[in-house]
Design a protein around this ligand. Sequence first.
Ligand code: PEP
Ligand code: MG
Length: 550
Amino acid sequence: MLTLQGKSVFRDICIGPIFFYRGREREAVRRPVEDKEEELGRFARAREEAARQLHKLYETTRARVGEANAAIFEIHEMMLEDEEYVESVRNLVNTQSVNLEYAIQTTGENFARMFRSMGDDYMDQRAQDVLDISRRLIRILSEEGGEDLRDLIPEEPSIIAADDLMPSETVQLPRELVLGFVMRGGSVNSHTAILARSMGIPALVEVGGELSDEYDGLNAAVDGYSGVVCVEPDEETLRLLREKKEQSDRHLAALHLLKGQDNVTRDGRAIRVFANAGSLEDVDAACENDAGGIGLLRSEILYLGRESEPDEETQFAFYRKVLERMGGKEVIIRTMDIGADKKVPYLGLSPEENPALGLRAIRICLKRPELFKVQLRALYRAGLYGRLRVMYPMITSPEELIRIRRIEEEVRRELKEEGIAFERDIPTGIMIETPAAALVSGELAGMVDFFSVGTNDLTQYTLALDRQNAGLEEFADSRHRAVLKLIGMAAESAHRAGIWIGICGELGADVSLTEEFLRMGIDELSVSPAMILPLRQQIRRLDLRGGKRA
Ligand code: PEP
Ligand code: MG
């Protein structure tokens, strides 16, 4: 038995033969051509056919795993029209008199190399996208064109191994023949990984070069809980994994039954269980997992991985989509939490010695109101399309809120003067994520409609412990009494002022603390979509009658 470690994308177990998927790709061979016009004509026709295929793929993927997951194929359609890409292919044909297939392959590889050299996750995905559309075009030109990948994998359900798959391959491989995926490369946040996750396929990425072609046809077991693939597992390993799978299937079935149920303790206390989201995929996952609403939408995702600031229309369209997708459920959008580890180079912020203690989140908004106002305008306009609440991050004092209120009022006045429709009445809250905010929560509570505790930062700032520094793990104690005391203080202040208080940091999902949180008076827990049902299960087991725990 050989054991290889990778990173898990979806927590499930599968056992079966490994099959090394090689796709349909062939190296395009360089050939000299005389009739360049003919090549360019073929290029235009191939792009048209690719756009047709991608549109169809978008529709089928949307039906299978939702609009957010299908959006990648809309991006591919747009990339087909990207001027630089198209020009580069044309140039190679025109200046080097090479065949179209070779020009497309070279352009795809050059663009992918350039994107990868930027060293960020977002651009790595663009690299994969440009390779995917280039291969599609070459396939169309070779007239192998076929979209059906069924003939490329065995008829017996298998664990598909590869260097990496393209997003289009992931969704097009027949689900009933795929037991799992193991990739030498890839990354946990790639489109392929996201798609595998939404399709519920146990999958490992970053297994590395030890995943050798020689294992083709051998029996294997993928453990998506530990991120391990065992090649030729022994009987004892198989027995343990089968047991683990049965247990997890039972657990998942029990959780599934909780869909549609209330989050109510045995003694009748109802809690709001909401979802944290950072993308439309998360919003879909929130709906699938029966979230009561969105308790924290990290709007800074709109600002990250771009060349320039997202304009009002882009922001408005995104917020509106989220609100519409959540129907009449509450959506709490947090204004941009940029700074610290979330770097946005185009804002031209100066480098800082201590960025976590520097110009971050609301501080940027207050120093650069022109930036803040764009976001508020987009939010107020989107507020007409659902039940929006706005939340401000990194608050430390009432004075900051007074400055925010002035800017809010200016934005409302300007929108009114411009005759633009917007929602006037949007409840606002603040994050309690600095010890200062918890300590002056009595004053803050009278100024807002709700509190939401950001335990990730509250822990970092209370314990003076950098949340990004993995080397400090032995000192990290997210259940430190100091942090819990501050949460308790904020809860008391909130209730005294008659407002509700939630927790949207990671600690909210720690079910071993749920009872303590409820006893403190926490009214809402906002957690990652996958934690909603486990949390509901825990809440329904609790009985708060009887003695208070320390
Ligand atoms: C937190 O600090 O707990 C929080 C929810 O915000 P973020 O993790 O985005 O800083
Ligand atoms: Mg925070």
